[in-house]
Ligand binder design. Structure first.
Ligand code: ZN
Length: 68
């Protein structure tokens, strides 16, 4: 069993670099890419940016902070 190739997602194997979800600025579904991530004591904080309008939001442990 070769595990040496599995270096791309060392801590968060299900975390992707792009997600699709509703953007409040675009008022539509949009693709967001992961702009930054920070590890906190309560988990991982990730910042996502809309590729269409540059709207950003923050998720902590997959819980988003979208206002709507
Ligand atoms: Zn947008």
């Amino acid at each position: 069993m070769n595990t040496s190739l599995n270096t791309e997602y060392p801590k968060f194997p299900r975390m992707s670099l792009e997600i699709t979800q509703a953007c409040p600025d675009c008022d539509d579904e949009a693709t967001f890419y992961r702009a930054a991530s920070t590890t906190l004591h309560l988990g991982e904080k990730t910042k996502w940016r809309c590729t269409s309008c540059d709207y950003t939001f923050v998720k902590i442990n997959e819980i988003d902070s979208l206002p709507a």
